[in-house]
Write a protein that binds this ligand. Structure first.
Ligand code: FAD
Length: 339
């Protein structure tokens, strides 16, 4: 475990933008964290826990310590008639774990295929897609508190999981380094949830559908709709889908009858942020220097076509947020972490 100075993070963020960390260290085991905590350098400097860099906009220079999570390992810790329980190192690649579980025929995370990033980041924003969230399969989350050096375990109910959110986003002042996650995945399910979009792609009767069918259909849909970060720099959806009150939804529908909306609990309606951004005229927008823009096929995705900077992308995010507020009176909230 060697601390590096003025280290380039260009390869470690899916936007592919230039970014340099003043100090950088890779964490391969929980035990790597304790000497760093004891050294006091995390008290003297700001610090950032980095996974795959697929949900973050890094600044050009990070004046602090970047701790890159590389903790590997998948252990089966229980294997019953109806379920298997796994303890997964937080630095494992998320999609590899999905593939591994699907190859075992397990239900629970198959619709979350092809989401980039690490297992350790999945509880942070409670990743979700096609009607499924990671929270429904997480049993507990193991962490090290970087302030005290204590190991902490949070059961699912303590994690405050909700739509693209959890207590890990800002709980303990961002001091929690997730080291491993325990998942329970089922061999059989009573009611197998398959979203309408996935079912249309599959064209199979529900009782014929296995986890691998869902995973494969999700991959097909995602490859059609989303830019591959290896080819075009991006960090997936920039904003969360906003939730509006019943009254606000009715007001918006009067002015914009085509606006899609989905009923949620607590008399709220979810409105697709991509639709709002598209209506505000941003879809396919490209900057004058042609370095960055809004993805042609999906208005919720900002892309780095060339050598764009964090400052340029931040300005674009602010401009989009402002124009949606002016046109619809709806405040968008970033899904991507901005530093
Ligand atoms: C093409 C594309 C498609 C995407 N599709 C989806 C989607 O469908 N659904 C979805 O929910 N997300 C999606 N995302 C967003 C992203 O993939 C997820 O949020 C993913 O979980 C981020 O993982 P990461 O390892 O890259 O995290 P990073 O980007 O490295 O970090 C994200 C945040 O989590 C924190 N963090 C990371 N690891 C740890 C840890 N071990 N302990 C504590 N904090 C940590 C970081 O400090 C940061 O605040 C997509 C992104 C891309 C590029």
């Amino acid at each position: 475990m060697a601390m590096k100075q003025n280290f380039s993070l260009k390869e470690f963020n899916t936007f592919g933008i230039r970014a340099v960390a003043k100090h950088f260290v890779e964490i391969h085991a929980d035990d790597d964290l304790f000497p760093i905590v004891e050294s006091g350098m995390l008290r003297e400097n700001s610090f950032l826990i980095l996974g795959g860099g697929s949900n973050i906009l890094l600044p050009e220079f990070y004046d602090g310590v970047v701790l890159r999570n590389c903790i590997q390992g998948i252990d089966v810790i229980q294997d019953d008639d109806d379920a298997m329980v796994f303890l997964v190192g937080a630095g494992e690649n998320w999609n590899d774990f999905v593939d591994y579980s699907v190859d075992l025929g397990l239900h629970g995370i198959e619709a979350l295929a092809l989401i980039p990033g690490t297992v350790g980041a999945c509880p942070v924003q409670n990743i979700g897609a096609y009607g499924l969230e990671a929270a429904s399969s997480i049993v507990e989350v193991n962490c090290v508190d970087l302030d005290t050096g204590h190991r902490l375990v949070f059961a699912n109910a303590q994690c405050a999981f909700s739509y693209r959110d959890s207590m890990f986003k800002d709980g303990f002042n961002g001091n929690l380094f997730i080291t491993s996650v325990k998942f329970k995945l089922r061999k059989y399910v009573d009611a197998f949830f398959v979203s309408e979009e996935v079912r249309k792609e599959l064209r199979l009767d529900i009782d014929m559908i296995a986890p691998r069918h869902v995973r494969d259909a999700v991959i097909q849909i995602r490859q059609r709709k989303l830019p591959d970060p290896r080819l075009v720099g991006n960090a997936g959806s920039i904003f969360k889908n906003p939730f509006v009150s019943t009254a606000n939804c009715a007001r918006l529908k009067t002015k914009h009858p085509q606006m899609p909306s989905y009923r949620m609990p607590d008399e709220l309606f979810k409105v697709p942020a991509g639709w709002l951004i598209e209506q505000a005229g941003w879809k396919g927008w490209i900057s004058e220097n042609r370095h960055f823009g809004v993805y042609q096929q999906h208005a919720l995705i900002i892309v780095n076509y060339g050598d764009s900077t964090a400052a340029e992308l931040t300005a674009l995010i602010k401009a989009i947020r402002h124009s949606v507020l002016v046109k619809f009176g709806v405040q968008l909230e970033e899904e991507v972490v901005l530093l």
